[in-house]
Design a protein around this ligand. Sequence first.
Ligand SMILES: Cc1cc2nc3c(=O)[nH]c(=O)nc-3n(C[C@H](O)[C@H](O)[C@H](O)COP(=O)(O)OP(=O)(O)OC[C@H]3O[C@@H](n4cnc5c(N)ncnc54)[C@H](O)[C@@H]3O)c2cc1C
Length: 380
Amino acid sequence: MHRPLFEPEHQVFRDSFRSFVENEILPFHARWEEEGIVPREIWNKAGENGFLCMDVEEKYGGAGISDFRYDSIVIEELANTGASGVYFSLHTDVVVPYITNYGTEEQKQRWLPRMAAGEWIGAIAMTEPGAGSDLAALRTTAVRRGNCYIVNGQKTFISNGILNDIAIVAVKTDPQAGHKGISLLVVERGTPGFERGNQFHKMGLHAQDTAELYFSDAQVPVENLLGAEGQGFKLLMKELPRERMSLSVGAIAGARAAFDLTLKYAKDRKAFGQPIGSFQHSKFLFAEMHTEITIGQTFIDQCILDLNAGTLTNDTASMAKWWTTELLKRVVDHCVQLHGGYGYIMETPIARRYLDARVATIFSGTTEIMKEIIGRGLGL
Ligand SMILES: Cc1cc2nc3c(=O)[nH]c(=O)nc-3n(C[C@H](O)[C@H](O)[C@H](O)COP(=O)(O)OP(=O)(O)OC[C@H]3O[C@@H](n4cnc5c(N)ncnc54)[C@H](O)[C@@H]3O)c2cc1C
C-alpha cells in the first residue's frame, strides 16, 4: 500500500535498518528465544548505527531528529520480520522521552548519552502485583531521608526487567494523596536495596526479558526524581499516548506481516484440487482482513503525523491502541486457522506470531481501559 507520509530519506533509513535486522538479528533470534533474552551487544550495535533514540539532541548523543516516522520504521521492521525479542521501542519511544521531556540538564547529561549509545538499557516500572489498570492503587513507597528516597515495594511484569540499567519507577511519595501522591524516580543498576527477580515464562515474546523488580530500603538519590514530587501521574498520562502509538504501529505492521505470509501459503497449499485461498470462505476472509488492515494503516499513519505535530490526543491514541491490537488478535487467529494443522506447529512462523500477539491487547493499558478513556472523553 502506498503510504504518502514517508519521504525518500525515510526509505533510506528503512533500508539501512532492514539490513541491520537481516544481518544482526534474524540469524540469532531463535537462539535468543531459547535463552529468553537478547544479548546486550545488539543494543550497543543498534546505538552505534543510530537506531536508538533518534530524537535525542545531538549534544546528548542522539541524531536530533524529532520525527516519529523514524521510530515507526524501527517498530515496523521488527514487526515485519517477527523479531519480537528486541524491544528497542520501549527504550526509544517510552523511557527516553520521560528524560528528554522532564529531565533536568544534569539528568540529561548523566543518562542520555549512554542510552543513545545502547550502553544503558531502559525500562519503565508502573505495574505491581496488586495494581495494573488501577495505577493510583500502587503501593511502592518512597520516603525522603536526607539526600535519598528510601524505596520499598515490588513491581511486576517489567519489560527489559533483567537487562535494564535504568528504570523509571512509579512510587508513592504521599500515600494518602491518591494519584496526586505518585512520583517518578529513576533507579539505576547497582542501587543498594534494588534487586531483580526471576524472569516470567510467558506464552510468547520468548526473547523478551519480563521480570519482577524488588525494592527493599533501596536508596535512590534525590537528584533522580523526574519532575516534581506528586507529578508522576500527570507525566505518565502525558507520555502514555506515545507509548500506545508505538504499540499500535507494531500491531498493524504485525497484522500485515501475518496476512502476507498466510496469503502466500493459501496460494500454494492445495485441497480438493485447488488452492485453499480460492475457496469462497477463504477469499472473503482475506478480503475482509486486507480491507481492515488497509483502513487501520491509514488511521495509524494519520496518528503518526498527529503525534509529530503534537496534536495526538489521549483519546485518539487509545482508539488506535485497542482497535489495532484487537485487529492483530483477530488476524493472527484467522491466519492460524487458514494454515490448518501446520498453523499449530511451532516451526510454522504463524504459530509464534499468534503467541507473540496475544499480549498486545493487555499491556500498556488493556482494551477495556482504552474504551474507558474514550468513553470518559465522550462525557460518559
Ligand atoms: C509481557 C508483559 C509486559 C509488560 N510490560 C510492562 C512494563 O514494562 N511496565 C509496566 O509497568 N507494566 C508492564 N506490563 C503490565 C501490564 O501493563 C498490565 O498487565 C496491564 O496494564 C493490566 O494490568 P493487570 O495485569 O494488573 O490486570 P488488571 O488491572 O487486574 O485487569 C484484569 C482484567 O480486568 C479488566 N479491568 C480492570 N479494570 C477495569 C475497568 N475499570 N473496567 C473494565 N475492565 C477492567 C482488565 O481490562 C483486564 O481484563 C506488562 C505485562 C505483560 C504481560
